[in-house]
Design a binder for this molecule. Structure first.
Ligand code: ADP
Ligand code: MG
Length: 233
């Protein structure tokens, strides 16, 4: 059984006379535990696609099936529940709470989860256990992004969605963060979708989906997968 499936998904902005199709008939299927890379240039529709998968945007038409259940409703409450139960988001900017320590930043998210992972375990997995009592402004960009990943995975989401997560990082920190993304995938069996315009990052995916002008132009299993530590960023 696939984890999720999109069929002919359209996301349209504007009215009939000046419509913009951010997504123009997207169909895809993602298997549990895959690391999926969505590759495309700026404006190709990557964020729109990720936001629909994450329940923070709504498709104009098409079909979205998650774990064999069709996501029919456009009601924000249903999407909120879906998002709460299943989705972790990581963005280019870390969105940490400046007044809280690393541990507290993770804890505030854990507190509203039904069955969160163990905070110390997640901090250890992400290599930030030693930083638990620091505040965000006492951390490097890469360390802050690892805390942001911890906040996203503490609820043990089925799907971790990463929008240009290394976009603000230097190459060494980018490599580090991607190594930890790989570790999350292995340790917690999390399905991961990474969107990027960086061809090198794509090499670590199990599947590479290329998008252009709101359309998928290729979708292939990556037979030459390399580990994040081997990327030349
Ligand atoms: N709120 C919006 N109103 C109108 N057009 C939008 C809006 N959001 C995105 N778009 C358009 O949809 C297309 C895809 O955007 P986006 O998904 O953000 O691309 P990417 O993440 O690949 O850079 C772009 O042409 C963009 O201008
Ligand atoms: Mg984007």
């Amino acid at each position: 059984m696939s984890l999720l499936k999109l069929e002919n998904v359209v996301r349209r902005y504007g009215d009939d006379n000046n419509a913009v199709y951010a997504l123009d008939g997207v169909s895809l299927e993602i298997e549990p535990k895959e690391i999926v890379i969505i590759l495309g240039s700026s404006g190709s529709g990557k964020s729109t696609l990720l936001n629909i998968l994450g329940g923070i945007d709504v498709m104009s038409s098409g079909k979205f099936v998650f774990m064999n259940k069709e996501m029919k409703s456009k009601k924000s409450k249903d999407l909120l529940m879906y998002r709460r139960e299943n989705i972790g988001f990581v963005f280019q900017f870390y969105n940490l709470i400046a007044e809280l320590t690393v541990r507290e930043n993770i804890k505030v998210v854990a507190e509203y989860c039904e069955s969160p992972l163990d905070i110390d375990d997640v901090m250890t997995t992400l290599g930030i256990a030693d930083l638990a009592e620091r505040f965000p402004n006492q951390l490097s960009g890469g360390q802050q992004q690892r805390v942001a990943i911890a906040r996203a995975v503490i609820k043990n989401p089925k799907l971790l969605l990463c929008d240009e997560l290394t976009g603000a990082l230097d190459s060494k920190s980018s490599g580090d963060v991607l190594k930890f993304i790989e570790k999350i995938n292995a340790e917690y069996n999390t399905t991961i979708i990474i969107i990027t315009h960086n061809n090198e990052i794509a090499k670590m995916g199990d599947r590479i989906i290329k998008i252009h002008d709101g359309k998928i132009i290729s979708n292939d299993i990556n037979t030459a997968k390399v580990s994040a530590s081997e990327l030349e960023l």
